[in-house]
Design a protein. Structure first.
Length: 371
């Protein structure tokens, strides 16, 4: 029989040894939705394409959106709804636009010479010397400002070799040149830092430039060598000071609530070291109305815009609040993914304008009003 004197000590040891599921909801989610107004579809005022994602980020006070696959409309077409989608007219794997005060209108940047309607060029450039070509994917998330005075930022992206699979997550240095964010350098061997077979794909789910600290946070899915369903659905976080974003040795990895942040690269992938489970691409924003961080994302089924909250970017995060039923705007349409938010439209946080991609490649925008 174990002595009663040893029970407290054993309990303490077990508490330390027992894994903590860091992805389980904790605390209370304060969000209450007063109304959700569907605003419409997002388009450009100077080009015409079908696109997805559109992660917003600011550089020196201006907001820009980074899009994923950008399919050009037919020559001369100015309205995506009037495009002949039965034919292929060209595409790039990502593009960049200037955001405006109207969330339904963006101004496309880095355009080609197509006439009478120009189309987007690829934002994250491919490098033929690394075996890349124009078909490779470079899905990027939000621009994260590193030096406002220099008009400089970082972009996280996932290098996708299509049939050869995911290669790794990388980071690029972005400078605003002649009014256009331009990737001037990509880092790492063959253009990426974190080999996706053994590292999380940092930044492929989200990247957040914290307004309350010197840090940039990035979240990515599990390494590709994690093949079981449960394990493959976990996602992991890394952070770095804004001024040190282009130095890999300065990155800190989240090792879970028991170990916290460490410069030692993460090698254990489970519920203890993960940030989220079962979420797709989304965005973290600070909300002044509720005095907390909000993570905007879509349900696994792609039919609900969901909001969860936390006091720190690494959590713990609350349970989700359902903010909007995607099917209410376009019944019978495809599923939705990639929730993003435009916090610059209302600094009070009383409202939050969010967007998501409705398949196929249509960005819809909704304005949420909080109680």
């Amino acid at each position: 029989m174990v002595s009663s004197l040893l029970i407290p000590a054993l309990s303490a040891i077990l508490a330390i040894a027992s894994p903590i599921d860091n992805t389980q909801p904790r605390g209370t989610n304060p969000i209450s939705i007063a109304s959700a107004e569907f605003l419409g579809n997002q388009t450009a005022d100077n080009s015409c394409s079908h696109r997805d994602l559109g992660f917003p980020g600011s550089i020196n006070g201006k907001w820009y959106a980074v899009y994923g696959d950008t399919l050009w409309c037919a020559p001369g077409v100015t309205d995506p709804l009037k495009d002949d989608t039965s034919s292929f007219h060209g595409m790039v794997r990502d593009s960049v636009s200037l955001m405006t005060e109207d969330p339904l209108k963006v101004h496309d940047l880095f355009l080609n010479d197509d006439s009478p309607v120009p189309h987007q060029k690829q934002f994250v450039p491919y490098n033929a010397s690394w075996g890349e070509d124009a078909s490779w994917g470079f899905g990027g998330t939000s621009l994260c400002e590193t030096d406002a005075d220099a008009k400089e930022a970082a972009i996280f992206f996932l290098r996708n070799a299509n049939d050869d699979g995911l290669k790794g997550a990388g980071i690029g240095r972005v400078k605003v040149l002649n009014g256009t964010p331009t990737v001037v350098e990509r880092y790492g061997h063959n253009g990426y830092w974190w080999d996706s077979s053994t590292n999380p794909r940092y930044g492929d789910l989200l990247a957040y430039c914290d307004i309350w600290s010197d840090y940039i946070y990035a979240v990515g899915g599990a390494p590709t060598n994690v093949t079981d369903f449960i394990g493959s659905c976990y996602s992991y976080m890394v952070r770095v000071k804004k001024s040190e974003a282009f130095d890999l040795s300065k990155y800190q990895y989240w090792h879970g609530v028991q170990r916290g942040w460490s410069s030692t690269r993460l090698e254990t992938f489970n519920s203890n070291t993960a940030i989220f489970w079962g979420v797709g691409q989304g965005q973290i924003v600070w909300n002044a109305h509720y005095d907390c961080y909000i993570f905007v994302h879509l349900s696994i089924a792609g039919d609900q815009v969901l909001l969860r909250t936390a006091k720190r970017p690494e959590g713990p995060w609350s349970a989700d609040v359902k903010a909007y039923d995607v099917s209410s705007s376009s019944p019978g349409g495809g599923m939705a993914y990639a929730g993003v938010a435009y916090p610059y439209l209302d600094h009070s946080g009383q409202t939050l304008t969010v967007a998501y991609t409705k398949m196929p490649n249509c960005i819809e925008v909704v304005k949420l009003t909080f109680v």
